[in-house]
Design a protein around this ligand. Structure first.
Ligand SMILES: [Cu+2]
Length: 400
């Protein structure tokens, strides 16, 4: 075959006009601009992993960057070879295929050499990933002492992380405090909807923290990318992770195990603070707890208005997830409390049900007498349930 026909002649024979070619190029130009510009516009939404906050997260991040760089270089080389080959050896140029390629040394050995090179790169990456993973899951079992060297495998504090449908409970057993963390509704959270909580998980920078994970109901998973870990929370089991924060900041995560209707409403917010700030926060929480306990055990008789105000807060944080702020519930799963036979019927039955729970309704005996008296008063008078009943902490104490 001779090389007398040019590409242009061939196109003319196929009926491809120059205007059609122009249109095609314009299409490619638009495609290029879009793919080129879109990442720039999206950059502030974070195309890469968030900046790490623990040594292990940093290791994961560096490995990810290294791998990305290697594959980018490999892709450029491979694509260059492909484009060059297709372009130079195209039929319209009259290229004659080399029918003896596989008989030369390169044709014979490339089938072995290339996979060996690729495998070598893969195993190098896998090796570093393996050692990072081992360190990640190697949670310390021993408490640090005053003279533990900084590199010793030990922990300074414990945080128990308990998944609930649909909120997180953080217990600090050494400090004697419990934090309940719930998502903030859209009206209040704005742009941070489903990423914001009322009470964050406050952690001190520099301390080695041992996390114990479990669940109170179905499976959940604790996941905060900046801490470089994700761990299942399984009812009846305790799983462990650890972290040592190396910078202050606010880190946002999610429940990472589909856990029912409001799985999406289980964001996690870690407030990483200095050790001094952490101590201050602990002192504040302990004082808050002591004050609430004193208030609940006092033999004070509360006014209806006081109980309604307190009850509204308790209701909206603890009950509204299922029964809704409007009291209309989400039948058939969650019954309405507005006009409910229980909430407008005999008071004794209402108190019993809230204390003991029933079916998917959790038992609320862990709330204090004042909180229970307030929320029951609220349910019996809000949304037109005008029973006029006022429940005192003493009534709850008597029913327990
Ligand atoms: Cu969950």
């Amino acid at each position: 075959m001779t090389n007398e026909t040019t590409g242009r002649e061939i196109r003319q024979r196929r009926g491809v006009t120059d205007t059609m070619r122009m249109k095609k190029w314009r299409g490619w130009l638009a495609f290029g601009l879009l793919t080129g510009i879109a990442p720039v516009a999206l950059a502030e939404y974070g195309l890469n992993f968030p900046e790490p906050a623990t040594p292990i997260a940093r290791e994961i991040f560096d490995l990810h960057m290294l791998t990305t760089k290697i594959v980018t270089v490999l892709m450029i080389i491979a694509m260059a070879i492909i484009f060059y080959s297709v372009y130079t050896h195209r039929k319209s140029r009259g290229y004659q295929p080399d029918l003896h390629f596989h008989k030369g040394w390169f044709g014979t050995w490339s089938w072995v050499l290339v996979p060996v090179m690729v495998l070598g790169i893969d195993l190098t990456i896998a090796g570093s990933a393996q050692s990072a993973l081992e360190r990640m899951w190697d949670a310390p079992k021993k408490r640090c002492t005053a003279d533990s060297p900084p590199e010793e495998k030990c922990y300074d504090m414990i945080v128990k992380v308990i998944g609930h449908q649909w909120w997180w409970e953080f217990q600090y057993p050494d400090e004697g405090i419990i934090v309940e963390s719930r998502f903030v509704p859209k009206e209040k959270a704005g742009d941070l909807y489903l990423r914001e909580v009322d009470n964050p998980l406050v952690l001190p920078v520099g301390k080695k923290i041992r996390f114990l994970h479990t669940s109170a109901d179905v499976n959940h998973a604790f996941w905060v990318p900046e801490l470089g870990m994700k761990k299942d929370a399984i009812a009846g089991y305790i799983t462990e992770t650890w972290a040592q924060l190396d910078r202050e900041g606010t880190f946002r995560g999610q429940c990472a195990e589909l856990c029912g209707t409001w799985h999406a409403r289980m964001p996690i917010v870690v407030a990483s603070v200095s050790e001094d700030e952490f101590r201050e926060w602990v002192a504040m929480k302990q004082e808050e707890k002591a004050r609430a306990a004193a208030e609940a055990s006092a033999d004070k008789v509360w006014s209806r208005d006081e109980l309604m105000a307190k009850g509204k807060t308790v209701y909206e944080t603890k009950c509204a997830a299922c029964h809704q702020v409007t009291g209309l519930g989400l039948p058939p799963a969650f019954p309405p409390l507005k006009g409910s036979k229980i909430a407008t019927g005999p008071l004794g039955d209402h108190i019993r049900l809230v204390l003991d729970g029933k079916g998917n309704m959790p038992a609320w005996a862990s709330l204090n007498d004042l909180e229970l008296a307030a929320v029951i008063t609220y349910e019996r008078n809000a949304w037109g349930n005008d029973t006029g009943d006022v429940v005192q902490p003493a009534d709850i104490r008597a029913a327990r």
